[in-house]
Design a protein around this ligand. Structure first.
Ligand SMILES: C[S@@+](CC[C@H](N)C(=O)[O-])C[C@H]1O[C@@H](n2cnc3c(N)ncnc32)[C@H](O)[C@@H]1O
Length: 651
């Protein structure tokens, strides 16, 4: 039977790669894949927290199947990162050892080191610049339009220049920096502050920037002028915080009536009757009168009383789901208070998935600032809130809005890239008008254009291991790379390996063992330096410069693979661990000819299939999760619809 008419070809089979029964023996020229790393990632069906023995068994079974389906001389390319730190677990060594001792004839061809530190995020481009007395930061989150990621807003708390805690979702953000102080931290980031700016020290006390000492540790840097250091005693009760959080999820306040009465309402489920007493305890203390009534399966709790409504207004701005937002004081409140507030919101809007140790829920994306605010709030109590892309639409007020699915993990991910908030130690304080303003974002590498036009990115490479800075005690290596370990089945050569379509330059570059696509940075640097020089000559103001640089950064042409790999991030496709399409693409172009067959036994979001289609190869894949199979099919369908604009490189 010709492969072209094979029912398995160009399909992603929703099933277990330990038994790839649909794929015949010796029918595949290349396997390119990235297995789960067993680091407790939140896959929808696969348990990524197996014992080492179970994990080894899973991989062994899959490699056995790969051997069966590969043609003699066919290649297996496995992308893997090393994991764990205490002690370090070299997954690449583990897999190499598995293949070497498998009893099958696998021939090792070597390792490709993928230098992740040199990649740019396709999601977020940020530039930050400072000139004399003003810093201008600008950010665009390109995935926002589809209700996707708000990760860039992790910069909250670093906007230490006195205006707002959050970087706006897009557009320019300008702040005055008169008589700036630059605080440099051991984590490798710097913050510009005015001397009067308040920071929270590790011991929980507030200190003015001018009173901070080298060696002080910051818990979190706030810039809320209104924050007075503690919640007034009258508001200190955690029950109140809970009631406010619940209000954020389920509450509304009526317009004032002619007699000046306003009513606060909670729209609960009828089985949440137990909460009425707790709400009564809170609101009666502020002179509110509580009544409740059932309406179908709803339970409406009403609190009438001007003071109660005013108290809510102290902590939450807005009155409806379109505009309700916790005020900065909430973020500045003591830890237990914030925890109770978050608990109230979770009780109202989420449900606890005990098995997975997380809260989950859906929220309509009508209020663009709510999710980032909750995200920051969750981070501030040590939890991780993750949003999916909009997966359905709701139509309040006749307008379509994405419904955003969220998950709140009750433990911080150890694989998150952020700086350790509680462990920022001041290394240096300078007063000479802070030279630059550097942000630390908590997601894949981001791009920064600094005051002097330098472009940098915040991959793991620019930060240092906390706890041993400059000392020999315990410097810890931070991997900024992953591996692709390459093996051949039975023999080195393919029987009929004619030209693959790769250019001479690509062949030379890609057969080098380190893949480091970083030239873009140099190009951008030149472009920005020219813009700055031009602006100075023409005496342009800051806003003009900011905008023109922003345009330069955003419009930077990237030649996929040649200059930059735009990263597929967990938030740009709804999968926790996609690899950039450039990775399978290079492997495919190096090791197969057009019309050859490429297999990915751990297909995930479909990156390998997309790369195969783009390169004119056939694909076949296995994936355990129906959700990811559907996601992969959606991505493939988009590719077929608009071949010239698909893939994460946008080209
Ligand atoms: C690291 S991810 C692969 C990501 C993929 N390279 C991409 O770009 O989206 C590993 C995938 O393997 C899947 N998986 C885990 N165990 C599996 C099994 N036994 N058979 C098939 N797929 C499995 C997981 O659901 C997950 O989507």
């Amino acid at each position: 039977m010709s492969v072209l008419s094979s029912p398995w070809l160009n399909h992603i089979i929703c099933g277990d790669a330990r038994r790839m029964e649909a794929v015949p023996d010796a029918s595949v020229q290349l396997v390119v894949t990235s297995p789960p790393y067993n680091v407790a990632k939140d896959y929808s069906d696969h348990d990524d927290d197996l014992s080492l023995e179970e994990y080894v068994d899973l991989l062994n079974a899959v490699w056995r199947e790969c051997y069966r389906v590969l043609v003699p001389g066919g290649r297996l390319c496995v992308n893997v990162a090393n994991t764990d730190r205490k002690p370090y677990l070299s997954l690449v060594s583990l897999i190499d050892e598995q293949l070497r001792t498998s009893g099958q004839t696998w021939l090792h061809r070597g390792h490709i080191i993928w230098d992740k530190g040199a990649c740019l995020s396709g999601n977020t481009k940020v530039f930050v610049r400072e000139r004399s007395t003003r810093a201008v930061a600008c950010c665009r989150l390109s995935s926002l339009h589809d209700g996707g990621s708000w990760n860039g807003l992790d910069v909250e708390g670093y906007n230490a220049t006195g205006q707002t805690c959050w970087l706006p979702i897009s557009g320019l953000w300008e702040v005055e920096v008169t008589q700036g102080l630059a605080l440099t931290f051991t984590e490798g980031c710097a913050v510009v502050a005015t001397p009067e700016h308040r920071f929270m020290r590790k011991d929980g006390l507030l200190a003015l920037a001018k009173d901070l000492q080298v060696g002080d540790r910051l818990r979190r840097a706030f810039s809320t002028p209104a924050y007075q250091g503690s919640i007034p005693t009258a508001f200190a009760s955690c029950d109140l915080a809970w009631a406010l959080g619940l209000y954020l999820a389920e509450g509304s306040i009526s317009q004032e009536t002619e007699s000046g009465v306003r009513t606060l309402r909670y729209h609960l489920h009828s089985n949440e009757y137990g909460w009425v007493e707790r709400l009564r305890g809170v609101w009666e203390a502020f002179g509110g009168t509580i009544t409740s009534h059932k309406a179908g399966n709803k339970l409406v709790v009403s609190v009438s009383g001007y003071v109660a409504c005013a108290v809510v207004g102290e902590f939450i701005s807005g009155r409806t789901s379109h505009d309700k937002l916790p005020r900065n004081d909430v973020i500045g409140a003591p830890l237990e208070w914030r925890q109770a507030f978050l608990q109230g919101w979770l009780d109202g809007d989420g449900y606890l998935n005990e098995k997975a140790q997380r809260w989950e829920g859906n929220i309509t994306g009508v209020n663009g600032r709510l999710m980032p605010t909750l995200h920051a709030l969750a981070r501030s109590v040590g939890y991780r809130l993750q949003h999916g892309a909009g997966w359905a639409t709701a139509e309040p007020n006749g307008q379509r809005h994405p419904v955003v699915r969220w998950k709140l993990y009750l433990r911080e991910s150890s694989h998150h890239n952020s700086v350790a908030w509680d462990a920022l130690q001041i290394k240096e304080i300078t007063t000479d008008n802070a030279r630059f303003f550097d942000l630390a974002l908590a997601d894949e590498p981001h791009l920064f254009v600094l005051a002097d036009g330098l472009v940098s990115h915040n991959s793991a490479g620019v930060s240092t291991a906390w706890g041993s800075f400059g000392r020999s005690t315990n410097p810890t290596l931070r991997d900024v790379h992953e591996y692709i370990t390459v093996w051949s089945k039975d023999r080195l050569k393919l029987a009929d390996g004619s030209e693959t379509g790769v250019t001479g330059n690509q062949f030379v570059a890609w057969t080098r063992s380190i893949w480091r696509p970083e030239e873009l940075i140099g190009e951008l640097q030149k472009k920005i330096a020219a813009k700055l020089a031009d602006a100075r000559k023409r005496d342009k103001d800051d806003a003009w410069i900011a905008e023109s640089i922003a345009r330069a950064v955003w419009s930077q042409d990237t030649v996929p693979g040649e200059t930059v790999w735009e990263m597929t991030t967990a938030s740009s496709v709804d999968h926790p661990a996609p690899f950039p399409i450039e990775l399978p693409k290079r492997v495919i172009e190096l090791y197969t000819r057009p019309a050859d067959v490429v297999l990915d036994p751990f297909m995930g979001s479909g990156s390998t299939a997309i790369a195969a289609v783009q390169m004119g190869r056939h694909y076949v894949g296995y994936e355990l999760s129906i959700e990811y199979c559907q996601l992969a099919e959606r991505r493939l369908a988009e590719l077929r619809k608009a071949p010239e604009t698909t893939g994460d490189n946008g080209k």
